[in-house]
Design a protein around this ligand. Structure first.
Ligand code: ADP
Length: 218
């Protein structure tokens, strides 16, 4: 790992003009945590339609990273809606707030030194750009799982497309709500063409420069 690439995140973020809050600096630098853990923290931001494979790939990537002795954590869209975002629905405003919260948590986890993998449809370009700004462009690795709607609908792992076609769910991304594909993602993966293992291996290759060689693997 090259120390010059360790990200400094000790500056106070924009507080939106508030005059009643003050930023307290930690005595620990981001570089100290990176050295301790032997990894440069980044957020792998998976975006794509429901059924594209975001959760499947995210959790397999997490498993592989932990097996290599890396500290990694998945923020999964559905899981986050069980807790942190349980008060939010699927209107464009709520989707934006959901992504803002996910991005803020990703930033905190990155500040703590963890590798973060997110699995959110995150259909709007402006929401993903907000996430990039919150997390920091140097730490944000946007990966588009560009799998065709037809394939996602055939898989229908949660039976959601069936419910959508029956009219039981409205505002569903790709069918009755828009999906805005990233224009210049770090990577595009079509999971109709790559296996889970191949996709994860490709992402691991992308992360490798920021990961210190470990003396062991479990
Ligand atoms: P998402 O999180 O994008 O909604 P999921 O990961 O929940 O998608 O579901 C994807 C489904 O597609 C799973 O049932 C998974 O086993 C299946 N699948 C089949 N082939 C692949 C592949 N190559 N990559 C990822 N998932 C795949």
């Amino acid at each position: 790992m090259n120390d010059e690439r360790v990200f400094e995140t000790d500056a106070a973020p924009d507080c939106g003009g508030r005059i009643d809050v003050t930023w307290h600096r930690s005595a620990v630098a981001a570089a100290d945590r990176a050295r301790l853990l032997g990894q440069e923290p980044v957020t792998v931001w998976l975006t794509g339609l429901s059924g594209a494979g975001k959760s499947t790939i995210a959790f397999e990537l997490e498993r592989r990273l932990i097996a290599q002795g890396r500290l990694a954590f998945v923020l999964d869209g559905d899981n986050v809606r069980h807790g942190l975002s349980r008060d939010l629905g699927f209107s464009p405003e709520d989707r934006m707030e959901n992504i803002r919260r996910a991005a803020e948590v990703s930033k905190l986890f990155n500040d703590a030194g963890l590798l973060v993998v997110t699995a959110f449809i995150s259909p709007y370009r402006c929401d993903r750009e907000l996430a990039r700004a919150v997390i920091g462009a140097d730490r944000f690795i946007e990966i588009h799982l560009c799998t065709d709607l037809r394939v996602c609908e055939e898989r229908d792992p949660k039976g959601l497309y069936q419910k959508v076609r029956r009219g039981a769910i409205g505002g569903f991304t790709g069918v009755s709500a828009p999906y805005e594909p990233p224009e210049a993602p770090a990577m595009r993966i079509d999971t109709a063409r790559s296996t889970v293992e191949e996709s994860v291996a490709e992402i691991l290759r992308k992360l490798a420069p920021g990961l210190q060689q470990k003396r062991y693997t479990s």
